[in-house]
Design a protein around this ligand. Structure first.
Ligand code: ADP
Ligand code: MG
Length: 672
């Protein structure tokens, strides 16, 4: 039997059931048809009676024929056949017995062999023979013989009939036997087929069992997998729930964000409108601001011109520790017309004339010398106070006007202190150079908001004995410096440049500090015991300022020069002239020459003379662009507070006064 096609799982189940069924009845395979429901053994058994019957019949048939033929004779054996031993002489009872026998031998189950004496026909033995007729009774004997003959004939006839019947029976039996043989063969074939089928079934069963085991194993694995997957599914479901919650939250947030966004967009639109309006306003304001800035520059310049293009400030340094205090009234700072609240502009110096005293024999009253300047700074004035006064001038440099600031005075009067600052890097005593640069950087930063871009390039040189040396030299040139020359930047150019000198772009205070430090180092290297060179040379710090307003195509450029002049003291003419003094005299002459040239240049400029003697000294030649035209000039005259320096102080004050008067005259003329 072929199993039907099923799904693997159902097949497995079916196979398991089949296996169980087979295990319960291993030898009872389900067979088609009622016959096949019986086992081959049973069939054999079933066949057996038939065989037996046939055999019995055969035997009977095989024996019946000779017996039948011998019926006429006397039967030899008893019990082998159903035919009883017939007595030689039988009567009607004998015929009846034969008939009974024949009736019993009709087709049907073969009559089992009977024991003698158990036959249906009564045994003839014991029957009393008729009494023998006397020999003489021939008639009677004949009669008996006739009767016997008749009986024999009847019997023969009966036996023939019986024979005939038996033949028929035999034929039938033979036919039946043939049919049964055929059936048997069929059944045997069927049996063989069934056995083959059973074997095949068994094999299939084996295969199926193996497969069942495999499948069970696979099922186990699959079940494990299914469990894992179920677990995973649960986890994923959990995760999905979490994600769904998150999604919901995100969607909610998105909606809120969208609402906020649309609100913001509306706000943005209005803000853009507002911004456009503001930009418009801003442009107008910028325009106005620019106009105002230009106006400020013009007015600022006008103011500076009214104040005078050349101004003189007098600064008196304090008495230093270890110095003798001057007598009271030696230096006086009379207050201005508005009283002590006015910044001082006047200074009185008293000098006792020893020569006059000796002539009269009594000490003469000291002579009072009064001076008036744009501003006077008494000894207590701080660096910040001084710078405040010049910050407006520095502003002019940013506006495009050349600015030049000098410090004039004898050695030790405080020129370097005023220009560079005091020792120790204390911000309180920072000088004009660092303060001016810080101011410039900060104002340039403010002006960048109005579209101005500024750049600054610094240089620092000293002029000693009419030679120029770079104070910013580094490397091998440090401290010594090569020969520097003042040249025009190009043919036909107004701009001057110092060859071999460094021009360093600066943009912050720290860079300026580094430059000043380097300059101090360079001066220290050049210093000798006999010759305090720094006091015998002019130090010129120059800053080239360039500004540009790209939006309006405006440009401005101007130099800011801060000059620490050489000591203005003169040599004592009574001194004996040794080799050192001669050298000193030469230096002094060079200094005096350059300082007087400076005075002459200033005067020529203020008198608007056609010829200005710039070329008479290196200093004025280098500074010519910072002095002429619309340039602003400021001179600090530094004064020592000591009585012993009174002569030099008077000289300085007289020189400054000359400059001041000359300039004031110009300023006053402008005012008219
Ligand atoms: P110069 O450069 O004119 O030769 P310095 O600037 O070197 O003079 O000053 C000489 C000394 O006086 C220095 O020690 C300096 O610190 C000091 N000095 C100058 N001016 C002042 C001042 N306004 N306040 C305090 N000390 C000063
Ligand atoms: Mg000095």
């Amino acid at each position: 039997m072929e199993p039907q096609q099923r799904s693997p799982l159902l097949e497995v189940k079916g196979n398991i059931e089949l296996k169980r069924a087979l295990a319960k009845a291993p030898s009872r395979l389900p067979l088609p048809g009622s016959r096949l429901k019986r086992g081959p053994d049973q069939m054999e058994e079933d066949l057996e009676p038939e065989k037996k019957r046939t055999r019995g019949l055969g035997t009977k048939v095989a024996t019946s024929r000779p017996r039948a033929t011998a019926l006429t004779t006397v039967p030899q054996t008893q019990g082998q056949t159903a035919v009883p031993k017939v007595p030689r002489k039988t009567g009607p009872r004998c015929s009846a017995a034969i008939a009974t026998v024949l009736k019993n031998q009709k087709p049907g189950p073969a009559v089992p062999a009977q024991k003698p004496g158990t036959t249906a026909a009564p045994p003839v033995v014991g029957r009393k023979k008729p009494s023998k007729r006397p020999a003489w009774d021939l008639k009677g004997q004949l009669c008996d013989l006739n009767a016997e003959l008749k009986c024999c004939r009847e019997r023969t006839q009966m036996l023939d009939q019986e024979n005939q019947q038996l033949r028929n029976q035999l034929r039938e039996a033979q036919q039946q036997a043939t049919a049964l043989g055929t059936e048997r063969r069929t059944l045997e074939e069927e049996l063989a087929r069934m056995r083959a089928q059973a074997e095949q079934g068994q094999q299939e069963l084996g295969n199926l069992s193996t497969r069942v085991l495999e499948l069970e194993e696979r099922l186990g694995t699959q079940e494990g997998l299914v469990q894992e997957l179920q677990k995973e599914q649960l986890e994923l479901q959990e995760e999905r729930r979490g994600l769904a919650a998150q999604l919901e939250e995100q969607e909610r947030r998105l909606q809120a964000s969208e609402a906020a966004l649309s609100g913001s967009q509306a706000e943005l639109a209005s803000l853009r409108q507002e911004a456009a309006a503001q930009a418009d306003l801003l442009a107008k304001r910028e325009e106005r601001l620019h106009g105002l800035e230009m106006e400020r520059r013009r007015l600022h310049n006008q103011l500076q011109e009214l104040k005078g293009n050349v101004r003189v400030f007098c600064r008196v340094r304090p008495v230093l520790p270890g110095e003798s205090t001057p007598p009271p009234g030696f230096l006086l700072f009379p207050s201005g017309p508005s009283g002590p609240s006015d910044p001082p502009t006047r200074l009185s110096l008293s000098r006792s004339d020893e020569r006059r005293g000796t002539l009269s024999g009594a000490p003469a009253a000291p002579t009072r010398h009064d001076f008036s300047f744009d501003r006077v700074f008494p000894p207590g004035s701080g660096q910040d106070e001084v710078f405040e006064e010049i910050s407006m001038l520095v502003q002019s440099a940013l506006d495009g006007y050349p600015v030049c600031i000098f410090a004039y005075g004898q050695t030790g009067s405080g020129k370097t202190f005023t220009m560079e600052g005091g020792p120790g890097g204390d911000p309180q005593v920072e000088g004009l150079i660092p303060r001016a640069l810080r101011h410039l950087f900060s104002v340039a930063q403010e002006l960048s908001g109005q579209g101005w871009t500024y750049s600054f390039v610094a240089s620092y040189v000293e002029i000693y004995n009419e030679t120029v040396r770079d104070l910013l030299a580094t490397g091998t040139r440090k401290g010594h410096g090569g020969e520097c020359e003042i040249r025009r930047a190009g043919p036909g150019s107004e701009e001057l440049t110092v060859t071999n000198a460094r021009y360093v772009p600066v943009s912050c205070e720290r860079e300026v500090e580094a430059l000043l430090h380097l300059a101090r180092q360079n001066r220290a290297v050049a210093r000798t015991a006999q010759n305090e060179r720094s006091s015998r040379s002019h130090s010129v710090f120059q800053l080239q300022i360039s500004g540009e307003h790209a939006g309006r195509g405006l440009q401005c450029a101007a130099p800011l020069s801060l000059v620490d002049l050489a000591g203005s003291e003169r040599l004592d003419p009574g001194l004996a002239l040794g080799p050192g003094e001669r050298e000193r005299l030469r230096e002094t002459q060079a200094i005096n020459s350059s300082l007087s040239t400076l005075g002459l240049v200033i005067m020529a400029l203020s008198n608007k003379e056609s010829h200005v003697p710039y070329r008479n000294s290196k200093l004025t030649y280098l500074l010519q662009n910072s002095l002429g035209g619309s340039a602003k000039m400021l001179m600090f005259v530094n004064i020592s507070p000591l009585e012993e320096n009174v002569s030099e102080s008077l000289n300085s004050l007289r020189f400054a006064s000359k400059v001041n008067q000359c300039v004031i005259g110009t300023a006053q003329a402008n005012r008219k």
